[in-house]
Design a protein around this ligand. Sequence first.
Ligand code: PLP
Length: 355
Amino acid sequence: MSRFLNKRFNTLEAYTPGEQPQDMKYIKLNTNESPYVPSEGVIRALGERALCERMRLYPDPECKVLCQKAAKIFGVEPDEIVMTNGSDEALSFAFMSFCENGVIFPDISYGFYKVFAELYDLKYRMIPLCDDFSINPNDYIGTDETVFIANPNAPTGLALTIADIEKIVKSNENRLVVIDEAYVDFGAESVIKLTKEYDNLLVIGTFSKSRSMAGARLGFAIGSKDIIRDMNTIRFSTNPYNINSATLALGEATLDDNGYYMENAKKIIKTREYTTQKLREMGFSVLDSKCNFIFAKHERLDGAEYYQKLKERGVLVRHFEKAKIRDYNRITIGTVEMMNIFLTKTQEILAEAEK
Ligand SMILES: *Cc1c(COP(=O)(O)O)cnc(C)c1O
């Protein structure tokens, strides 16, 4: 730390992204990326000379075409959407803008919530999950703090119903509820349509998971026109060109091929069910995931050791040191071929442990 850093940040613990190792080729099941390449339309868009020539100009700060296409797909108006540099930026704006009364979020959830709460010097409470790792909606009913919930939640993979979320939103119309739908395409129900009815609901989405675009950094938020106007005030006060021209073009091409991505999501759901069943047959406890990952433990395996042994065998998964979940690993769902390698390595590790 230099002597110039604002003292407020002396103790800030930054978010730790999952490893992106460059040393060797791993079967990468650690950061919930899609195993499927972007659509032909996206590949074509990136190769276009016109796109390259446009790079000398600033991008459209209103992301007009992209917002129009997204509005059609999500059934809202273009001015009810704001595009962000990954959904992390949408979350950042929401924490920055709407949290004067403090924030609440589950104790086991996306690690960035706590980082943003500290970065923006907010009062926050972390609400413990139930023993079965589910979220109890009643914990969020009627409170005065801004609510952040990932639905489905990560790293557990468990989802709340629309009715549960509506109860939370309804219970106090004077505080905002932010629902992070990063994984919603893998089997949960989106609450985007509730934004029509409730102006205290903000839904955040991303192109990183189901739409194979983690590297392009594109996310969005959907809410009432007033909330989106506020988000845009913050966006134009920090970085109006937050979406670069290439990402804009790729985002548009992605939405043109939305069907391709929804088919891929279905394939991942199928592979997830297959992998879950195989792991359970080997004696693992696996939570019922609605995401493109599963959360699993085995009573004969130490969580950290299992992670390490998989890594030595070229398979990367995500392990968290937090006491409550240290027996578990979060395993991204790849292709069937990738999962079969993972399952074979797991079988080997189990056989070794049982010797
Ligand atoms: C991956 C993830 C995000 C962030 O994704 P971006 O790549 O920044 O769009 C947000 N929330 C949750 C719960 C995630 O898992």
